[in-house]
Design a protein around this ligand. Structure first.
Ligand code: PEP
Ligand code: MN
Length: 353
């Protein structure tokens, strides 16, 4: 098997409807998906955490035998979301192959602990979604709770974060958080859930491709035989056929480079190294000037922070940033960091006798 085939065969696909709605829907979707994609687990939500109690909150225990039947009749492995110890017990009784922890549950350490206790001694695979707020340590804490009761088959699912200014997404991806997760835990498989990141169908493929480009190990995606009539998350679901089209259109990445691409990449890396060395050298020089300014201000008895000057700096640098094609967000973060450090440097000089 070549490198690329290996990557594809190790890639985890979890797909299925947002919610189990009827026996027929559960079994038909399982059959369609298992024939169309290399399905690792068939998903369906039984207990749905909804914002309003007036929304459809899932079929609950009634759907347990439907999932079991889907497994027996089509051979798929089954997974669902558990939020209480009672859910765990019911799923284990009904031969679920894996369980996932929803984003709202990961946010609450009491719930995670309760679920972990219920699983003590049962080494079933657990997929842990990121908490709804962008808090990496809370996500990691959930892993630690399961590790402490002896569970070893743990995976992470990145499903985006509920933050201000999240458009065009339903949950903003904030890619730096899953990247940091992967950096700290390179051995824990990390999947992406484009459905709950996007909240609509149009962005699904781009988000999935981005996840693959970042080296993620699988995708959990919502799929319904008739998405528009789904009882929950209708806008983001796609048919099994569309899942298979999307899967075929994605480009998988390898980490081992051909010698030609390795050479080209090395040239680019060398350029980045040289530029970073220059930038750091310039920053050092800039701080020296700030210290000289601090000394002068001390001599003359002038205050360090001068609002007019700061405004002038922001305006001129924003214009420079624009012509250098830097984003406003990056530039303002950079200016703020440099301004703080420069005040700190001036303060240092001021307070020295
Ligand atoms: C789901 O997968 O159906 C779900 C409710 O997801 P999340 O916990 O990511 O909101
Ligand atoms: Mn959903």
């Amino acid at each position: 098997m070549d490198e690329m085939e290996k990557i594809k065969s190790n890639f985890t696909w979890i797909a299925g409807p947002c919610s189990a709605e009827s026996e027929e829907q559960v079994i038909q979707t399982a059959r369609d998906l298992s024939l169309k994609i290399p399905l690792s687990y068939y998903r369906a939500g039984l207990w749905k955490p909804r914002t309003s109690p007036n929304s459809f909150e899932g079929m609950g225990v009634a759907a347990l035998p439907w999932m079991k039947k889907a497994k027996e009749q089509t051979g798929v492995k089954i997974i669902t979301e558990v939020a209480t110890s009672q859910h765990v017990e019911l799923c284990l009784e009904h031969n679920f192959d894996a369980l996932w922890i929803g984003a709202r549950t990961t946010t609450n350490p009491f719930s995670v602990q309760e679920i972990a206790e219920a699983l003590r001694g049962v080494n079933i695979p657990i997929f842990i979604k990121n908490p709804i707020n962008p808090d990496l340590s809370l996500w990691i804490g959930a892993f630690e709770r399961f590790q402490k009761v002896g569970l070893t088959d743990l995976s992470a699912i990145h499903r985006g974060f509920s933050v201000a200014n999240k458009l065009p997404y339903r949950n903003k991806p904030l890619w730096e958080i899953p990247i940091e997760f992967k950096t700290q835990f390179p051995d824990i498989p990390l999947l992406c859930d484009p459905s709950h990141i996007c909240g609509n169908r149009t962005l699904l493929k781009d988000v999935s491709q981005r996840a693959i480009d970042l080296g993620m190990n699988g995708i959990m995606i919502e799929s319904h035989p008739n998405p528009d009539s789904a009882l929950s998350d209708a806008a983001q679901q796609i048919t099994p056929g569309q899942v298979s089209e999307m899967a075929a259109a994605l480009h998988y990445r390898t980490t081992s480079l051909t010698s030609n691409s390795a050479e080209k990449l090395q040239i680019l890396r060398d350029r980045v190294d040289a530029l970073d060395a220059d930038i750091i050298d310039l920053l050092g020089k800039r701080m020296n000037v700030a210290r000289e300014m601090g000394a002068l201000k001390k001599e003359e008895g002038i205050i360090i922070f001068q609002l007019e000057r700061w405004k002038e700096i922001l305006e001129s640098r924003e214009a420079w940033g624009k012509s250098a094609q830097l984003t406003e967000t990056f530039l303002s973060a950079y200016l703020e960091a440099i301004h703080k450090e420069s005040i700190r440097a001036q303060n240092g000089v001021m307070n020295k006798d």
